[in-house]
Design a protein around this ligand. Structure first.
Ligand code: FDA
Length: 497
């Protein structure tokens, strides 16, 4: 409530925030979590909490009046549609040159993402987090993160036969025919549940194409893992539809200003809470925007010059390929990816073989590539507009396209096939204007010390994707979780006893 004092306040309920809350609670500390999105625990009038990818409704987008689907076109025809403005689950946040997709709600990105739980190859770790000891990460914190998240591999024998992974078998066959290794990657989806979906014995989620706007069954989002465990300690309270707007030094630690929202996004109340310790876990964009604003507007003037810097898009770029009629990818496609094509060290690209769950046969292969794009953006305060801007340029994605082409030009040459040009516009091969994987903005050992303590303000911490300088070489949430596990262990031992 307004005027309350809490020992620890956590801003955001994604991976970093959930790890912090669980471990602090287990150490005997009471934690208050603030989440701008909804709780996502109550079914709508259709009996479902989440809407389907093929039928986005009011629940789909964060305060938009039209959907902004990553696949915007089909046969060149725009497929976005009008929706009522609502505090929906997926935020497509527009900056100049890039749209950053993020989850909104209790569970953060885990609500909307594909659940691919990928630990980077150890040989690549030095480039991801140069100041972190890889032995500690690979011996202790990656295993701890994967256990906490519930990562698991698809049963390869089932994969080989089931209809809903035909698209991935085509992806594997074509990768291998061009000499690229196809690798199964773990996911947090409950694979036993998916087997039952495919057999028709339980309600369908992945096999019904649910993804992007939430999975009603099967996906082990943070609500079912870290946050469930955190709540069961009895020490963690979560306030959904509450957005932090300010943190500044005050009596007893820090004064935190919080706006309460209704489902139209209007502010219905403003509250002030004091807390001895505050963890920024609002995600790369959320944490960066808050810190840049608070430094520039005088609430936290002593933050250093690294705030807002080192932001990257994990090199995300999407494309589709057109297959021949003898290589159908399947009418029914599981929405959960289970494998990728690794050309990281030779060509700078790791491509996720992604589903295109449209419910009809498309003969398309679809990929989200993660590439070694070297470009980095900076967030800065725009006083005239009263907002934080990002200086990213769409042209910076050319590096990613070139790296992704090291895989797909070769596959097209081997197969005698071509790129799809109808999925992102009219005659547009690449979706080069989005990222699913924002990283950086408050980089470890630069804006913070080597454990996420913000320089200049004892008791303020960063514990989310903003610590990672722009690239993880694979999908990022396992690394975000493992780094949070490492940092919170140190913080509990050193700062809370
Ligand atoms: P995260 O974004 O998860 O959480 C931040 C939370 O803070 C959000 O809930 C937000 O609403 C809240 N917040 C922000 N500002 C606030 C404020 N001022 N006050 C209160 N609350 C605030 N990764 C992966 O490894 N495998 C995958 O398969 C995928 N797939 C994927 C698909 C799609 C569509 C998306 C959008 C993303 C992915 N990702 C992914 C990326 C992954 O989801 C992402 O990297 C993590 O969720 C980031 O974790 P964080 O803890 O940094 O923040």
């Amino acid at each position: 409530g307004d005027g309350a004092h809490v020992p620890v306040l956590v801003i955001g309920t994604g991976y970093g925030g959930s790890v912090a809350a669980l471990r602090l609670a287990q150490a005997g500390v009471d934690v208050q979590m603030i989440e701008m999105g909804m709780a996502w625990d109550t079914p709508g009038s259709d009996g479902k909490i989440f809407c389907n990818t093929t039928a986005p409704d009011y629940r789909s987008y964060w305060l938009r009046t039209k959907t902004k689907q990553p696949l915007s076109n089909f046969f060149g025809i725009p497929i976005d549609k009008d929706i009522p403005r609502y505090t929906g689950i997926l935020d497509a946040e527009d900056f100049s040159g890039i749209t950053v997709y993020q989850g909104r709600g209790v569970g953060g990105g885990s609500l909307v993402n594909g659940g691919m739980a990928v630990t980077p190859k150890r040989e690549n770790f030095g480039a991801i987090l140069p100041s972190v000891n890889p032995d500690e990460m690979y011996n202790t914190y990656y295993p701890r993160a994967n256990a906490g998240l519930g990562s698991g591999l698809i049963d390869p024998a089932w994969f080989d036969t089931v209809d809903c992974y035909q698209f991935a078998r085509v992806g594997r066959k074509q990768a291998q025919r061009s000499g690229f290794p196809f690798e199964f990657v773990p996911d947090v989806y409950d694979w036993d549940y998916m087997k039952q979906e495919a057999a028709g014995t339980v309600p369908k989620s992945a096999v019904a194409g649910e993804i992007l706007y939430g999975n009603n069954y099967g996906k082990k989002s943070l609500q079912k893992t870290y946050l469930a465990q955190a709540k069961s300690t009895g020490r963690v309270t979560i306030s959904p539809l509450h957005r932090v707007t300010s943190v500044s030094p005050g009596s007893g630690g820090y004064t935190v200003v919080i706006e309460q929202l209704n489902t139209s996004g209007d502010v219905t109340a403003t509250k002030t809470v004091t807390s001895a310790k505050v963890f920024f876990a609002a995600g790369s964009v959320g944490t960066s925007k808050l810190l840049v604003k608070l430094k520039a507007t005088g609430a936290l003037p002593n933050l250093n010059g690294e705030i807002g810097r080192g932001w990257g898009d994990n090199g995300n770029v999407m494309c589709g390929r057109a297959n021949y009629l003898w290589d159908p990818t399947g009418k029914v496609q599981a929405s959960i990816p289970c494998g990728g094509i690794d050309n990281w060290n030779a060509g700078g690209a790791f491509a996720e073989v992604a589903p295109l769950p449209t419910g009809i046969e498309t003969y398309a292969s679809f990929y989200l590539s993660i590439t070694k794009n070297p470009n980095r953006g900076t967030f800065s305060w725009n006083p005239a507009a009263g907002r934080v801007d990002l200086d990213w340029q769409t042209a910076w994605k050319q590096a990613s396209i070139d790296m992704a082409k090291t895989i797909f030009d070769k596959i097209n040459a081997t197969e005698g096939t071509i790129y799809r040009t109808d999925l992102f516009g009219v005659y547009k091969i690449w979706n080069d204007t989005l990222t699913y994987h924002p990283l950086g903005g408050a980089v470890l050992n630069k804006a913070t010390d080597n454990y996420g303590r913000l320089y200049g303000y004892p008791g303020l911490y960063v514990i989310d994707g903003s610590l990672i300088p722009g690239n993880t070489s694979v999908n990022p949430f396992v690394t975000i979780t493992a780094l949070a596990e490492r940092n919170i262990e140190k913080i509990i031992a050193a700062d809370l006893t």
